[in-house]
Design a protein around this ligand. Structure first.
Ligand code: DX5
Length: 229
């Protein structure tokens, strides 16, 4: 069975203390940290440049992933890899030549993932599955944390899961947006094994460690992976 991974978004974190916030997330038992990179063009918000991520990098050993919600990601790819991101998530909608962009991620020595906005068909993944180690099905429209989970994305998660199973490749399926104790089971049951959460982790009154552990337990209880070969 695929490992269920909990990956926090740092969007709700205290931006004046990002190093300490990353340490707290690592101590809470997260599997990776997701940096929501936004350029104010692809999405109506602006967040982390590579230098911010590079400044936090030495404080923790947990892997980083850069979720590039940017126009024309190609020129930014090397900057985020150099900043210390082991994973680069590229939106299908953000580049004219997706196959080339994803190939460049691997050429830079990072692990590539494909991100799909809610209105983008799972079919967009079909001809690039050989280039990625993960497919992200967005469960909100990108740009902001704290939005409502779009449950109608669950059939698309299952569609991607079936495509991945048929490919015979080990590819993780990630969901991002509105993931919480009340929505995580639906996403895991649809086939997602990597759960990104921001606001749900930070609003848990029992703290980050409880939030991470609770989300993981709920996901493990509900997860339906690819049929055993
Ligand atoms: C949207 C962001 C958010 C964030 C998670 O662009 O990518 O989905 O990571 O936010 P929550 O968990 O608060 O919905």
């Amino acid at each position: 069975m695929a490992r269920l991974e909990i990956v926090p978004s740092v969007l709700p974190a205290d931006f004046s203390r990002l190093g300490e916030e990353a340490v707290a997330l690592e101590q809470a038992g997260v599997d990776r940290i997701q940096w929501d990179v936004m350029d104010g063009c692809f999405v109506p918000n602006l967040t982390f440049g590579p230098d911010v991520i590079a400044a936090v990098r030495p404080h923790v050993s947990v892997p980083f992933e850069a979720h590039l919600m940017v126009q024309n990601p190609d020129e930014l790819l090397p900057r985020y890899v150099e900043a210390g991101c082991e994973w680069i998530l590229v939106h299908a909608e953000s580049t004219l030549h997706l196959h080339r962009t994803l190939s460049r991620v691997a050429d830079l020595g990072a692990r590539a993932a494909l991100a799909l906005n809610p209105s983008t068909s799972a079919e967009a993944a079909r001809h690039v599955l050989d280039l990625v180690d993960m497919v992200l099905v967005m469960t909100v429209n990108p740009g902001f944390g704290g939005q409502a989970y779009i449950s109608s994305m669950e059939p698309k998660v299952s569609e991607v899961a079936a495509m991945v199973a048929a490919s015979g490749r080990e590819i993780d399926i990630q969901v991002d947006g509105g993931i919480s104790p009340s929505t995580v089971a639906g996403a895991a049951a649809a086939g997602a094994n990597v759960l990104v959460a921001g606001s749900a982790l930070y609003r848990d009154p029992e703290g980050l460690e409880h939030a991470v552990s609770d989300l993981r337990k709920r996901a493990e209880a509900a997860y339906v992976g690819p049929a055993a070969a």
